[in-house]
Design a protein around this ligand. Sequence first.
Ligand SMILES: Cc1cc2nc3c(=O)[nH]c(=O)nc-3n(C[C@H](O)[C@H](O)[C@H](O)COP(=O)(O)OP(=O)(O)OC[C@H]3O[C@@H](n4cnc5c(N)ncnc54)[C@H](O)[C@@H]3O)c2cc1C
Length: 426
Amino acid sequence: MKTHHLIIGASAGAISAIEAIRSIDGGRASITVISDERPAGYSKPMLPEFLAGEVDIKGILFRDEAFWRRNKVRLIYGRVSELDLDCRKAKVSGNPSILELEYERLLVATGGKPIISQIEGLENVEKYTFTTLGDAEGLANRLPETSNVAVIGGGLIGVGLSEALIKLGKRVVLIELKPHILSQVLDEKASGILEDRMRRAGVEIRTGHTVARVHWRSHPEKPSYAELDDGDRIPCQQIIMAIGVTPNVELASKAGVETGKGIIVNERMETSIPGVYACGDAVELYDFAHEGRRPLPLWPVARWTGKTAGYNMAGSSRELQGATSMSAMKYFGVPIVSVGHVNPGSQDGYEVEAYLDPARRVYRKIVIKDERIAGFILLGEICDAGIMYYLMRSRVDVRRIKGRIPTRGLGLAHLPRRVRKELLRR
Ligand SMILES: Cc1cc2nc3c(=O)[nH]c(=O)nc-3n(C[C@H](O)[C@H](O)[C@H](O)COP(=O)(O)OP(=O)(O)OC[C@H]3O[C@@H](n4cnc5c(N)ncnc54)[C@H](O)[C@@H]3O)c2cc1C
């Protein structure tokens, strides 16, 4: 079977690419999508809500079933097991109706896979990650017999999962190796506020520690426990590893696509092989706030990179001049936006301005380099996030306004006239 565009994976990156292709070609070229997850196109950030029973499967679909039909996409459930990039062929397994596909353009949107750290005793535990709908369904099935859960990893996945488990009435211990949770996107102060709220909701947080070994017992009188590196015992019937994801590059790399920490792409999201594109959690990108290349496994980044890939696959040249981390979250009732480089530490050339109102639990931090915003955190009150991101992305000189940003916030009236006009035009 032949197709014009072949897309591997059917999540944020793939969907954004399809929408971009169709916005250009009006449905002319054939698109085939292979997904090894069913249903295709659900929202991973909503998995905690699904686990907590707040939404059903339909509720977490990012695009409903009609999307594929409407966009004339042939959606095939199966797994691409091998690529022959010279002959432009893909081998599919797990679906008897299709074994091999020929394509013109290929998009690798294979996402990330969970990072597993080797912990003695954990090799005997059947399923212990939380990155797919299958993981969430499996965990939901096991929860009726579970009262205590140990969550390893205090990133976006671990914190969201902890909240869902607390809602379900479970006792949760969150174990994080770094000195504070969400260390990739928050600083110590912001994490501290959230940690305080989490503790009050019932989560026990053990930062600065890891699990050294797991003692798994089937005897009810001898409960299972996780042993921390300081010897402390955490009784639990479930252990979930939530220490993040790493780009899923094996398929592409085996076929000869250049990879580093992730699949290497240019500004058009094209890989080292002409006609082969990649996007989302699978790639590494130039992070313009951190000034270096790295994977950015975040939903909005998957959307931007997928869209860019799609336009270029459809023949409309578009470039994405890097990206940066961007997280808008609400955990335990605390709204937070974090963008870019928020923890410069003692790095040269960075200025930090911060404001904390403990009574209102409002925290604002802005990181400036060369009179431009390199990153910011808004916690408690997040209404300025759009303007701040605009100033950052457009590299607006903030010399004249920087003193007031953290303390009083930003309204349009405080912006330079040229910037105000530009913002109003959008
Ligand atoms: C629990 C959880 C919470 C999250 N919360 C947030 C959040 O709050 N904010 C945020 O910005 N981001 C969050 N993320 C990250 C976000 O979901 C990802 O960045 C985004 O889903 C990446 O999209 P993607 O299209 O690159 O890949 P993915 O969503 O990983 O999808 C890739 C798909 O490709 C399939 N696939 C892989 N290999 C093959 C193959 N060979 N053949 C066929 N199919 C294949 C995979 O099974 C998967 O279905 C969260 C992730 C998780 C797991």
